[in-house]
Every structure is written in C-alpha cells, then in structure tokens.
Design a binder for this molecule. Sequence first.
Ligand SMILES: [Zn+2]
Length: 317
Amino acid sequence: MKPNTEKTAIGIDIGGTNIECAWIDENAQIIHQINFRTELFETAESMVKMVSQAIEEHHQGHQYEQLVGIGIGAPNGNYFTGSIEMAPNLKWKGHIPLAEMFKAETHLPTVLTNDANAAAYAEMLFGGATEMNNFLVVTLGTGLGSGIVVNGEVMYGKTGFAGELGHTIAQANGRPCGCGRKGCLETYVSATGLKLTIGELLAVSRQNSSLRDLTNISAKNVHEAAIKGDALAIKALEYTAKILGQKLTDYITVFSPEAVFLSGGLAHAHSYLIPTIEKTINDNVLPIFKDTTRVYPSKLLEKNAGLLGAAALIMNQ
Ligand SMILES: [Zn+2]
C-alpha cells in the first residue's frame, strides 16, 4: 500500500438531509468522499458509530501519513464545547457532545463548529480571503448564517455562538422568525425570506410574472426568472439586497471588514444582489468607512464549502 504523504484532514458536514464525510488535502482537493442520509439515524450515537466505521474501513485500504484529524461543521455547533445544542433541523434533540463522541470512536483529534463559521474557515484557507485578516461570510440558504473573522480569528464570543447576524432585527415587529421573535434579518434575507417577498409582491401588484404560474417558488426559480428579465423577480432580489445592504452598513461600522463574502444557494444570484448591496452601503455608511469594504460572491460557490470548511477548521488548529 503506497501511503499518501500530503497533509490531509477529514471534513464532516452534518446537514438536515445529508451527512458528508471527505478526506481533503491542503489544496482543497477531495481525495475520497462518503455520504449518508441523515434520516437513517434515529440517534446521534448510531450516526457516529456508522461514520466512524466507514472511516476505519477506508483507512484499512489507504494510509495517510499526515492526517491531522477530523473537523465537523454542524447546525448550532459550538466550538467551545464541541457539541450540537438544540439544532432545529436535526431530530437528535438536546446537547450532543459530537466531537468527544467521534474522538472516542476514531481516536483522532476532533473539533466542531457551526456551518457558517466553517464557511469562514473555508474562505480563509481555500477561498477568496487567504490574504485577509478581517472579513465576514454571510451564508444565504434556508436561513442566514454568518462567520465573522476579526484580526485573523473567527469570533466566538463568551458562549461560542457569537455572530448570529441572521437573528439581528431588520424590521421592528416584522415577519415572524423561527427563533420565536419578529423581524429577524433572515426572515427577509434568505431563500425563505425571498419566497415571502415574492408572495407579497405577487399579492399587491398586477405585474406580469412567470412566477405567477408556479405553486411552490424556490430561490432558484426567482433567480432564473430574473435572468429572463422578469421585472418582479428582479424587484424581489433588489429588495432583499437593500435590506442586507442596510444591515451590512451597521456591521461595517462595527467590524470594519475588508470584504463580505456571500455564500450558500441564494448567493448564486449575486449579480442581482451585489450592486444594490454595495450602493446601499455607500449611500448610508459613515464617511470614514466609505469604499473600505467590498462585497464578493464566495470563491467556493461552485465547490462544497461545508466540507472544505470542516476540513479547514482542523487544519487551522
Ligand atoms: Zn430570529
């Protein structure tokens, strides 16, 4: 058996639908990948056992001389405790010490963080932020996640949960949020928020739109309609971008980042979002911060940022 001599990390990305596990080298190349359906596992214990077993089996046929360990990206993952805590999209409830559980099964060093912080590590190690010490990553998926990097370090705060920009208030007494409060940024700026905006626009306007014929509209439908020149779709994307631009104006004042990277499914519509976001920032930001922050699509938009981020997390230790 010829050993692999490159520095390698195992990244595990835990999502509500899939669990992906991959061996990744320093150049962000995926050497080997195994996927599991999350619903297969009634308990976190059974998941850890099966994934660890698959890792063990792969190691029987492949030797990695410089394997640094396992990095895990998970919803509501806490870097300090190595646990998943009350993740709304997973059926395993309560406090799950996932990093400890993997360590016990595999005897490999294991660290864990939430998926948006993993995206920040991925951008820092493999993406557009390799030369930056201060930047934000905003993940636009079902919700809005964020990773904040200050002076070269991901910001965790006292609890390990710092940087939940998605649950800062965009509109007082606004749309109801899954967190139980009202008007959170992610109820406007996310795939879910965009769908609500489209619904509202369709209800109040008589404008022709291809989206009127669809029963279940996705963010992808809106983006595709915008590409075809659908004015209502473009309006909805610009409304979304304006709200994000207003909130980013505040975050630029607080963090003074060099760049903001947009990641996640909705970020594919970046050419409709970024001009409005940048204009809103420039129209509203304090003069000393004018033109100091650029907004970019994530450089890893076409890659698996979750997996790369999980691997980057352990490589970066
Ligand atoms: Zn909320």
